[in-house]
Design a protein around this ligand. Sequence first.
Ligand SMILES: [Mg+2]
Length: 236
Amino acid sequence: MLNYKFLLLDADGTFLNFALTEKIALDLLFDHYNLTHDEETFSSYEEGNRLCWREFEQGIISMDELKVKRFSLFFAKEGLHFDPSEANRLYVHYLASNGHYISGAEDVLKRLSHDYTLEVITNGIASVQRGRLDALGASKYFDHIIISEEIGCQKPSAAFFEKTLEIIHAAKDECLIIGDSLTSDIKGGIESGIDTCYLHLGKDPGISDTRIKYHASSYSELLSIIYADQVDIENK
Ligand SMILES: [Mg+2]
């Protein structure tokens, strides 16, 4: 078993299926505004949303700005004149009430929470992250749920990881970060001197970086890395 005390898990794309939550919430939102549900409309929203999250990670815009800007960009592109703040309120409400695990994730959390102290480290919107974790009954697997919006700094900033260690009372070498984002989880871990495990479930891993300590492309691979010694024993 890997010699860490704390596993710091990102939420979306790591154990929560944000793609599904987002699809359901956008469907509800598009219904509300009577918009067509075609690929083009979805990707028109996605494009602006991605840009906003990138700007947020880089510290260019705040979370409050992100929430509204993604809908002003979308409405402007589509030539619509709805209120972006109102759209955000509705959307966040739809997101928060639609939590979904990535297939197989709950078994992994159960197993890991038996042997390690699990912490959520997420850049999401507080009400959305807490709403979904509670709706799923996932909060019980975690000692703390650390959300950028609540602590005032975000991954990959060093401040985010410093505050996290302070909150959970841990030393860097007691922690392993597990996440699916090279630009927030992995970059933040490397720059803060915390070991990282890059979890790229069924997606192209992208650029490889020798400073990443572990790579896993599936949950079974993740478990076999964490419990490597036990797999060896079982195979003898
Ligand atoms: Mg993620």
